[in-house]
Write a protein of this length. Sequence first.
Length: 283
Amino acid sequence: MFHLRNQHLTVSILDPIKDQDRLGPRFCTGGYIYQVEDSTHGALFSGPEFPSKRPMVTNGQGLPEVFQFILYEDEREVEEEKLIIGVGIVDKRDPQLPYHLFTNSQTKKFCEWQISQDENFIRMETMQAYKQWAFQLTREVRLEGRTISSSTRIKNIGAGAAPFRWFAHPFFPLNPDWRCCRFLMPMQLPDNPAYSINAAQILEMKSSYNWQEGYFQLLENCQNEKFSAIQFHPQLQRIYVSGDFPLLKVAIWANERTFSFEPFYEDAVLAGEEKQWAIFYHF
């Protein structure tokens, strides 16, 4: 792994070559933050299987990011071989069964990254081309004081527009009192059996729910807002998280080991143009 360090934090980032056994078809393989450690409090992030030393690559841990939208005009999962941005060429593992990211997928060829690193940042750059699409992807993780920024840039060097759908998937440890976070942008929580919002506008997990099953829930009325939240943490008390991109939607997910919010951004990069955005974590 690669590491960014200062007197406050150590950021561990997967090496796309040496740590390839921890990578798969789901999470972007460049700039994948696998753990953050505080100099006083130790490891700060969790995962669906945490503290397993070798979680399934489709579950992962830490602060992964996802390009969910494959480069097709239709957002449904297609059955044939496909390009996933930041991952590479992905196909079914068993050609006789339907494609499924968790149960029937494999990375046939990972994209190749050019990597540069300084004491407070790491940059990974790749070029991907498939059918009519071609683009350059840059991922940069920067550590400044107690703030981590994770930025992404896509430059379209092909002839046609390149659509994408991206989201961050931070995995936070659970709090003993079941508090999760307080969203600082407008949103609404639909009726559901697993989560509630208390009088202080804090999202909580319901202790009565069977969390071994996990629960996924979309929030409402947050489209086109800028993401902003205070995440409550059992060691640090609070982590402030924000994004500089317009929201497509926000999902929340948790199981008995971790809680995550997932801010989504969707757009298309026209030929010869580029898009850039970032998410920030302040500890």
